[in-house]
Design a protein around this ligand. Structure first.
Ligand SMILES: [Zn+2]
Ligand SMILES: [Zn+2]
Length: 291
């Protein structure tokens, strides 16, 4: 019962973010302002949901006591966003870093301009702010409400997948994941270079799983190896010990058994090609260590 306010707010936050995503995906100049409006609201509701999780009474603007009845009827003024962030830092050590605060500031500034009919002349500015804001929403949601999927809302990975064509969002998200990507073990071969859900190159090895940090999609290492193996057979890798060696074979040629994680193989070495803009060109079979 205590958390009903938090989850009510969370559900609303998701409704607004889904709407923002819909506007952003249309990528039409006159729609970006709606993406800004709804996204700013979504972020404010998400922060309030986090505060309500700690103590719903903190949602009230002033520290005057509020009755259950007033709460039920929404008969009180809610905390402003600045106070909300400050209370969060005080009560549960939830701190936005400088960059995250700047994202919220920028969005609020843009919102104030668009509601006052000042159309920002530069729609790139709106796109960049929306890209950064959507990424921030997902980061906060994943950190604070990881296991909550609000009723009726899309999952985080569905939302991320829908956004994979929004350049600003992709840029922002990859930038915010870059440290984590650098410090995580990653498959050495190219088999996971394109996540089957979001098409990004952000797969890491996470215990017995491979997981895309960009969209969150993950599966067991063995399952992934089965998927790329010609006859779904999988062996244990003698080098890294994972269930990750898949069989590759072209027609009647001699088969290759290769670990997609560490690159260990027996049989003829597989060749790798990538599109370099004009033609398919051969590339090294393995990514460098610590790419
Ligand atoms: Zn993905
Ligand atoms: Zn291996």
């Amino acid at each position: 019962m205590k958390h009903k306010y938090a989850y009510g707010l969370l559900e609303n936050a998701w409704a607004f973010v889904e709407s923002a995503v819909n506007y952003a995906r249309q990528d039409r100049q006159e729609q970006w302002k709606f993406a800004v409006l709804h996204l700013t609201t979504a972020l404010e509701l998400l922060l309030k949901a986090r505060l309500a999780l700690e103590d719903p009474k903190q949602l009230a603007a002033r520290s005057t006591p509020i009755t259950e009845r007033q709460f039920e009827q929404g008969d009180f003024r809610t905390v402003g966003i600045e106070d909300c962030i400050e209370r969060l830092a005080r009560m549960c050590r939830f701190c936005l870093n400088q960059r995250e605060r700047a994202v919220i500031e920028t969005l609020r500034g843009l919102r104030n301009r668009v509601v006052h009919y000042i159309n920002p002349s530069n729609s790139n500015e709106l796109k960049a702010a929306v890209g950064a804001g959507l990424n921030l929403f997902i980061e906060i949601n994943n950190a604070e409400f990881r296991d909550e999927e609000p009723f009726g809302a899309k999952t985080t990975s569905q939302v991320v997948v829908e956004l994979h064509k929004c350049d600003d969002f992709v840029k922002e998200r990859l930038a915010s994941l870059s440290n984590q990507l650098r410090s995580s073990p990653r498959p050495r071969t190219h088999h996971t270079d394109e996540c089957s859900h979001c098409l990004q190159d952000a797969t890491v090895i996470d215990g017995d799983d491979v997981r895309c940090l960009f969209c969150g999609h993950g599966e067991a290492i063995q399952e992934f190896a089965e998927g790329i193996s010609v006859d779904r057979s999988v062996e244990t890798c003698p080098e890294c010990g994972r269930q990750s060696v898949a069989k590759h074979q072209w027609k009647d040629c001699e088969p290759t058994y290769e670990c997609f994680c560490c690159g260990h193989f027996r049989g003829p070495e597989l060749k790798c090609c990538a599109w370099n803009g004009t033609a398919l060109a051969e590339i090294p079979r393995l990514h460098p260590v610590g790419r």
